[in-house]
Write a protein that binds this ligand. Structure first.
Ligand code: F6P
Length: 542
């Protein structure tokens, strides 16, 4: 069947099954969980609380086949230039492969030895900082490592360093990304330039936010009266434009290359992971890569029906395109993973926020949805009301570590119980009769007026991702699953999940507006933009 025939068939299947309540499906099929979960190493993926039956999955897998997903997966693995608008391969999976992996050729060159050379250099650099072997210019031990980058050059390493806080070594790691000077001012005021090393991370080495902060950091260092020669000991860089980093004044031995076949939001596995290397050390960083590699092996070698990232993508598409759902929330029930959704925002929304197909045609269906989230249990006290009783259908991904290294009272058990309870409540709901029965003690009038407010429709879908512990391996595995989900969605929607032309336009306009903010001459924008600029000018004079 063709893609559009499969699409049509799924639309009909949705109509035929939409009224079925998951509560009844669970009651009728005691094996539902057994048939609708997958395990991989320390991960359990339960997708049984979805508005699907076996036929739905079969049809969705056929849609993936009609979209030539298996062929696209192979093309990605091979290193084909699947990022067609930028004529680049997308080889983040190569970054997690072993040094002995089969050659992957890009432009006639095997990239495996080259990428491992850079990785090993960065890991050795990190280890020298951790061990105290690499000191500052005045001979003091390095206590703080400050990573300056934005978007993909920030979110991945920042989220991971925070997630793996329990594995931290002795060097504190900080992140500066925002051009709002509060970010850099607040971070640097606590630091000593003699014991601080910076990494300037920018694939392009042209991102203005990062360069502004890099210059401010260098000025801060110089303002402390430390010698110019010390820049070489206190600054490092990560970029695919090694020459630009060297021009900034960073010596070649402290510049770590990244490659144009790695997209920014897929780059934490590359030398961009340097702050994570400093945070947790070489052994843990390699475990993190191994976890992602394990998911890659699963993704590339498992039939669609049992393939975790493919199932994740298909379920996302099922709600996005056939149920008209507008958003998807991901909630890690883990304080350390509280930035997971920020990383996922960029991964999914920058990748799938496209309305042209790879061939430049307008897409004929909705593409990327709104990805948002907050750590559990806090989310329950913020936006979960809308998930339970609101008018929109927002599927949830629960991510829950089963054990914790901390033994503070019964906090962890309580947190896990809440995650499980939310998924159950969303699925089951509460009927009007059940609500009335709960209020049996009230007089009839009170009962009748309150019961509708206590009714929950239920039938609200969720996936649960349980990990035995929040380890570097499990984190890598989970992140790779989301990366592959994003890729698979992109393929099925017919878009390119590896470019991001949409963020360029605003950057160009900002370049024009910035000098105008302090100029007296006339403005040629629309009246709103002119009005905003004038207000800015007025505030500078007050
Ligand atoms: O936000 C646009 C973007 O190009 C992202 O894709 C990228 O991760 C980020 O800017 C930073 O880019 P760079 O690493 O080149 O500084």
């Amino acid at each position: 069947m063709t893609f559009s025939e499969m699409w049509q068939q799924l639309a009909e299947h949705q109509k035929a099954t939409a009224a079925i309540h998951m509560r009844d499906q669970f009651a009728e099929d005691v094996d539902r969980f057994d048939n609708m979960h997958e395990t991989l190493h320390g991960l359990l993926f339960d997708y049984s609380k979805n508005r699907i039956n076996e036929e739905t999955i079969v049809l969705l897998c056929q849609l993936a086949e009609a979209a030539k997903l298996p062929e696209a997966m192979e093309a990605m693995r091979r290193g084909d230039k699947i990022n067609t608008s930028e004529q680049r391969a997308a080889l983040h999976t190569a970054l997690r492969s072993s040094e002995n992996a089969a050659p992957i050729m890009v432009d006639g060159e095997n990239i495996i030895p080259k990428l491992h050379r850079e990785l090993n250099r960065a890991l050795a650099f990190a280890e020298r900082i951790i061990s105290g072997d690499r000191t500052g210019i005045t001979g003091q031990r390095i206590t703080d490592f400050v990573h300056i980058g934005i978007g993909g050059s920030d979110l991945g390493p920042q989220m991971c360093a925070q997630s793996l806080y329990d594995y931290r070594k002795n060097v504190r790691v900080h992140f500066i990304s925002n051009s709002d000077d509060a970010d850099i001012a607040q971070k640097l005021e606590k630091l000593n330039p003699e014991t601080t090393v910076f990494s300037i991370a920018s694939k392009s080495f042209a991102t203005p936010e990062t360069l502004l902060n890099a210059h401010a950091a260098r000025n801060w260092y110089k303002a402390a009266g430390l010698p110019e020669s010390g820049i070489a000991r206190h600054f490092s860089a990560i970029s695919s434009d090694v020459a630009a980093a060297e021009n900034f004044g960073i010596p070649a031995e402290c510049v770590f290359a990244m490659f144009d076949w790695v997209g920014g939001r897929y780059s934490v596995w590359s030398t961009i992971g340097l702050p994570l290397m400093v945070a947790v050390g070489e052994t843990r960083f390699r475990e993190f890569l191994s976890g992602a590699h394990a998911m890659d092996e699963h993704f590339f070698n498992t039939p669609l029906r049992r393939n975790i990232p493919v199932l994740m993508a298909l379920l996302h598409i099922w709600y996005n395109n056939f149920y008209g759902s507008e958003g998807h929330t991901t909630v890690p029930y883990s304080h350390n993973m509280r930035r997971f959704t920020s990383w996922l925002n960029q991964l999914d929304m920058e990748s799938c926020g496209k309305s042209r197909t790879v061939d430049g045609e307008r897409v004929s269906h909705k593409t990327g949805g709104i990805v948002f989230g907050e750590e559990g249990v806090n989310c329950q006290h913020a936006y979960f009301q809308l998930l339970h009783q609101g008018t929109r259908l927002i599927p949830v991904d629960f991510i829950v570590p089963m054990t914790t290294p901390h033994q503070v009272g019964r906090q962890h058990r309580f947190t896990v119980a809440n995650a499980f309870a939310q998924a159950e409540a969303l699925m089951k709901g509460k009927t009007l009769e059940e609500a009335r029965a709960e209020l049996a003690d009230l007089p009839k009038a009170g009962r009748e007026s309150l019961a509708p407010h206590k009714e929950f429709p239920g039938n609200r879908p969720s996936n649960s991702f349980l990990i035995d512990r929040l380890t570097p391996f499990n984190l890598g595995m989970l992140m790779a699953a989301y990366e592959h989900r994003t890729f698979a969605e992109g393929v099925i929607w017919g878009i390119n999940p590896f470019d991001q032309w949409g963020v360029e336009y605003g950057k160009v306009l900002a370049k024009k507006i910035e000098p105008e903010l302090n100029q007296a001459h006339g403005l040629t924008h629309d009246s709103s933009t002119n009005g905003l600029i004038r207000f800015y000018r007025k505030c500078q004079q007050d």
